[in-house]
Design a protein around this ligand. Structure first.
Ligand SMILES: Nc1ncnc2c1ncn2[C@@H]1O[C@H](COP(=O)(O)OP(=O)(O)OP(=O)(O)O)[C@@H](O)[C@H]1O
Length: 242
């Protein structure tokens, strides 16, 4: 499989079970919302997907590469936007992206072309020479997404990327990332906000380390709507296997 495949992953912090045998798959061209309330395990899963932490339970495959056995090949195919911004505010947008390109072995004209293409995809083509400090929160976030694209990954991971942004900036970023999925990328977007999800998106509902639902957003929404359905699912602790 060319996208992301997570099979029976488990993880505990000491005696605290954070993820308990979760499986999900995101195919190329799909926007998958990983929807879960606080403490569901979203950030733990992202840490496992990016190898900040490791587990012996289960298997993660990125674009056909086993993350545990071939981490370099697997990680090279992942672009990631973490919850906490990690930008150098005193450098320009392009300088930030050039530095990051270098970490991926890109330099010179190849790096410049990759940076231009990534900025254009996020509607940031005109902003390359601005100092990051001068950008608003929405544009800083877009720049971080552009930075995650410079090495042409096949899988894009975003951990609650709209935290702290106003409604217009959230909508713009959500639209941009949906367009990246439509262009062929496998996108995993962690959130607890249902208005970031489109009816045709894949949704994986995570609660207390368990997958409660994996399917189409419109199916999950049913007659009640996505918000009320999600709230009632995650309020009902009996929905979580013991
Ligand atoms: N370093 C840690 N040590 C102990 N427990 C932890 C640690 N990190 C997370 N946990 C616990 O693991 C569970 C999953 O946490 P995680 O941060 O992955 O959830 P989340 O869905 O990302 O939540 P949020 O939306 O608040 O970021 C929670 O019960 C949390 O308290």
């Amino acid at each position: 499989m060319n996208g992301l495949d997570v099979r029976a992953i488990g993880y505990s912090y000491g005696s605290k079970r954070a993820l308990d045998g979760i499986s999900l798959a995101v195919e190329p061209g799909r926007f998958c919302a990983l929807l879960g309330p606080n403490g569901a395990g979203k950030s733990t899963l992202f840490s496992l997907l990016t190898r900040l932490i490791v587990t012996r339970e289960g298997q993660i495959t990125v674009a056909g590469h086993d993350l545990a056995r071939h981490p370099r090949a697997a990680l090279a195919r992942i672009g990631v936007v973490f919850q906490q911004p990690t930008l150098d505010l005193d450098m320009t947008v392009r300088q930030n992206l050039r530095y990051f390109s270098g970490l991926h072995g890109l330099s010179g004209r190849r790096a410049a072309a990759a940076i231009d293409a990534a900025l254009a995809r996020l509607g940031m083509a005109e902003r390359g020479d601005e100092q990051v400090r001068a950008l608003n929160g929405g544009h800083r976030r877009r720049m971080e997404i552009a930075r995650a694209l410079v090495h042409a990954p096949q899988v894009l991971l975003l951990d609650e990327p709209t935290v702290g942004l106003d409604a217009a900036a959230r909508a713009a970023i959500t639209d941009h990332v949906h367009a990246l999925a439509e262009a062929g990328m496998a996108v995993l977007w962690a959130t607890h906000l249902v208005d970031e999800i489109s009816p045709t998106d894949q949704v994986v509902v995570l609660h207390k380390g368990h997958v409660l639902f994996d399917g189409n957003a419109a199916t999950l929404a049913g007659d009640k709507g996505l918000g009320p359905t999600f709230l009632s699912m995650t309020a009902d602790t009996s929905a979580v296997p013991a």
